[in-house]
Design a protein around this ligand. Structure first.
Ligand code: ZN
Length: 428
């Protein structure tokens, strides 16, 4: 498939029933009739097929309510798995989840660095195979691979930023590279693509981090800054995957020129790369933060994590730079909250995994002046899995295509789509 995750919705009776079972945990056939509005014969047919496909299992009986005790159904969590890959300059993170979205394995490997995309893709295929073999899961149980990336993912062009500037500097050689198709060929599995911030939001939604909020966002900080939005339980991607570019919200019209071409972007003024550059411009601060001289082998994320550790040790220069960055990020976050009437904002991504203790109170403070404060507060939290949220979200892209009706997620694999068509026809 290798399409972007913004493809057209696909509904099927099978995914409606699967999603109802997932949401309920355990449910009887009668419960499914109530939850889905399908007729008893349709539910009976669909459940039989789901059991035959090993996706659903019968699990004991409901408590008797006088009549016959009802058989309960639940997802067969170990029947299918999804691979999530978060591809970034400094690190590539992998997650393997079961059908219920529980992470069963995760690994981190060196990032893409300056290597050629084709070389990195071959390595990713090898590392995916190692991840799957390490858990001992049969390959036919793998639904597919979700790959997420720091940048917009656009259907006809593969991956790439604005045509005049392309992707962020650290990933420039990937501009226009057909990542989905290339990985599908070497890994032999269906691949879907999305951007890392949107995937982080999906991962948060999938693992319950947004609670019941109608308007929620993930503020993602890795090498750059981005945001993913989940509105009424649906991941919002915009028409071209260019949604949530929070790093390019301007907080100063006269500010410095950003790599994107605009002025005063929060990423240019106070993103992780700006913090690292400020520390590196000061030899004493560089030494105090323990940054390697020259920085040839380091990445922005690794340097930023070292600066965060120095701040926690009480290094005043490191702490002051992080606090300044957090005020700028909080200012941009307030803009996002005011535009989207946010109820929940989750701070996530590897740079916030490192520096969350500095950013959380400051971003919270900035959001106390959100315009919605007369009606509700904006609940600002740190993600429970900030370092791996995007990889988990990448796997959730695949699960979403299998489980969620009216999928706002990626296009399902061709064989799954055919299977769904057959099911829908025979069930209706
Ligand atoms: Zn910019």
């Amino acid at each position: 498939m290798s399409g972007p995750a913004a493809s057209k919705p696909q509904a099927s009776s099978k995914s409606v029933v699967l999603d109802a079972i997932r949401a309920a945990g355990t449910i009887s056939r009668v419960g499914l009739i109530r939850a889905t509005g399908f007729t008893a014969p349709t539910i009976s047919t669909l459940v039989r097929k789901l059991i035959n496909e090993d996706l659903v299992v019968e699990t004991g009986h409901a408590k008797s309510t006088g009549g016959k005790r009802r058989v309960l159904l639940q997802l067969n969590h170990a029947s299918r798995y999804a691979v999530g890959v978060h591809l970034d300059h400094g690190v590539i993170t992998y997650a393997l989840t079961n059908l219920g979205g529980t992470v069963v394995a995760r690994i981190s490997r060196p990032g893409a660095g300056a290597e050629e995309p084709q070389v990195v893709v071959a390595r990713i295929a090898t590392e995916i195979a190692a991840l799957i073999d390490g858990v001992g899961v049969e390959r036919l149980r793998i639904l597919g691979v979700g790959v997420v990336f720091p940048g917009p993912v656009d259907a006809p062009r593969g991956i790439g930023g604005p045509p005049d500037v392309g992707l962020a500097p650290a990933m420039r050689q990937w501009n226009g590279f057909p990542l989905g198709r290339a990985l599908e060929q070497v890994a032999g599995l269906p691949v879907v693509l999305d951007n890392d911030s949107t995937a982080a939001a999906l991962g948060e939604h999938w693992t319950g981090g947004f609670g019941t909020a109608a308007s929620a966002a993930a503020l993602y900080m890795g090498t750059g800054i981005g945001a993913g939005l989940v509105i009424n339980g649906v991941t919002y991607r915009g028409p071209s995957g260019n949604v949530g570019e929070l790093g390019h919200v301007s907080v100063s019209a006269d500010g410095p020129r950003c790599w994107c071409g605009a002025r005063g972007c929060v990423e240019a003024l106070a993103g992780p790369a700006a913090v690292v550059a400020a520390v590196r411009s000061d030899p004493a601060a560089t030494r105090a933060a323990g940054l390697a001289a020259g920085g040839r082998r380091s990445s922005v994320v690794a340097d930023f994590a070292a600066i965060s550790r120095a701040a926690r040790r009480g290094e005043p220069r490191a702490l002051a730079l992080l606090e300044r960055s957090a005020r700028y990020v909080g200012t941009a976050a307030r803009t996002l909250a005011n535009l989207m009437d946010l109820e929940v904002l989750v701070l996530t991504g590897p740079s916030l995994a490192a520096a969350g203790s500095v950013y959380l109170p400051i971003v919270r403070h900035e959001l106390r002046t959100a315009f919605s404060r007369g009606t509700h507060t904006v609940d600002v939290r740190l993600s429970r899995s900030a370092a791996t949220a995007s990889a988990i979200g990448a796997a959730a892209l695949i699960l979403e295509s299998e489980l969620v009706p009216l999928g706002h997620g990626p296009r399902p694999a061709e064989h799954l789509a055919e299977e769904r068509t057959r099911l829908t026809e025979s069930a209706s």
